[in-house]
Design a protein around this ligand. Structure first.
Ligand SMILES: Cc1cc2nc3c(=O)[nH]c(=O)nc-3n(C[C@H](O)[C@H](O)[C@H](O)COP(=O)(O)O)c2cc1C
Length: 349
């Protein structure tokens, strides 16, 4: 199977397996505010992401490119909707275009359609510093995402079997990319230990990429003869992962992703410490079921609903929402207690 065919299979399998909603967000409840003393029109949702300023704290997470016409068309629609909504957009892994220049057009369309928007390049941690620069240049990217997808690769029939040297490659990439480097998980969650090593290696932001959304173990198992079923429920939930990474420090940029479906999920992510939130499966589903206009409507509704939630919480800015009190119960509370993270830092602030 060619890389391009695999890209197309991923899209179909991502849509058919969907998102499991085991993100841990159901364990999180905001403390209701009866006197918010704020008007909706005053709410400002702009944010800072690893040194970049974005008018939207929600972005379209990395999905595609490199699979010929279908992926070109998806990227074109995502870029148009992103430009209209003012949302940053990440392309899918560009390794296919680095290996086969005939695939470049399926990524370059994003910059053509969205000349002034924030666009993130994307490569896996197998990439070297020179490839990273070429990926950034290909789409004049504002930042580079490096994805960590050990579980996906190990389940993928034709995937990698050696995972050595990733951290030192990331260090060299962060040194020479010329743009901020964001390191992301892809749905299995990031522990604070892994996040700390990535920040120390020069990551400008770390994306929790938590469990509970699109599941690349399920997707790759559909492509295997003998499934590695045990990886289908493997990982750290998005909510637990965010709280873990936040416990390192209040200053570093933490990005939320993994199973986000609603403005409330985004608000909870930010209150757990994220500066912004990426959505992939939710937007892919909206685009394929409702078309480009339907996707745009969904994006603007999400931004508006986030403002509404911030209003009732009395949070005028993203920085204020990051400090909104919330209570953590259930499995997420248990996980964090076992990991030595004091949940009262969220409930009594
Ligand atoms: C069809 C599809 C393709 C993806 N390809 C990439 C990729 O090339 N690079 C990457 O970093 N993440 C990729 N992802 C992962 C997403 O960026 C995201 O981390 C993951 O889907 C979890 O978020 P979600 O639950 O919002 O979908 C892909 C996701 C989907 C649905």
């Amino acid at each position: 199977m060619t890389r391009a065919e695999r890209k197309r299979e991923h899209i179909n399998h991502a849509l058919s397996t969907g998102q499991s909603r085991e993100t841990g967000f159901d364990d999180i409840t905001f403390v209701h505010v009866s006197l918010p003393d704020l008007a909706l029109e005053k709410v400002d949702i702009s944010t800072k992401i690893g040194g970049l300023t974005s008018s939207s704290p929600i972005f379209i997470n990395a999905m595609t490119g490199g699979g010929g016409q279908l992926t070109y068309e998806i990227n074109r629609s995502l870029a148009r909707a992103a430009r209209k909504a003012g949302m940053p957009l990440a392309v899918g892994s560009q390794m296919s275009a680095l290996k086969d220049p005939a695939e470049r057009y399926s990524y370059e369309i994003v910059r053509k359609e969205n000349p002034d928007g924030l666009i993130f390049a994307n490569l896996g941690s197998e990439a070297d510093a020179e490839q990273a620069k070429r990926a950034v240049d290909m789409i004049e990217a504002d930042a580079l995402q490096i994805h960590l997808n050990v579980i996906q690769e190990i389940v993928m029939p034709e995937g990698d079997r050696s995972f050595t040297g990733a951290l030192s490659r990331i260090e060299r990439i962060a040194d020479g990319a010329g743009v901020p480097v964001f390191v992301k998980e892809v749905g299995f969650g990031m522990s604070r230990e892994s996040a700390r090593r990535l920040f120390d290696a020069g990551a400008a932001a770390v994306d929790a990429g938590g469990y509970g959304g699109t599941n690349f173990s399920k997707i790759e198992n559909l492509r295997r003869e003998k499934a590695l079923q045990f990886f289908n429920t493997w990982g750290i939930s998005t909510a637990a992962s965010l709280a873990e990474i936040r416990s390192l420090s209040a200053d570093q940029s933490v990005i939320a992703s993994g199973g986000l479906q609603s403005a409330l999920d985004v608000a909870k992510s930010i209150a757990l410490g994220a500066c912004c939130a990426g959505m992939a499966g939710t937007f892919l589903k909206a685009l394929t079921s409702k078309g480009e206009e339907g996707l745009f409507d969904e994006m603007t509704a999400l931004l508006q609903e986030l403002k509404i939630i911030m209003t009732v919480l009395g949070c005028q800015t993203v920085a204020q929402l990051q400090k909104a009190p919330l209570v953590i119960k259930g499995d997420t509370h248990h996980w964090l207690s076992e990991r030595g993270i004091d949940t009262s830092r969220f409930s009594r602030r």
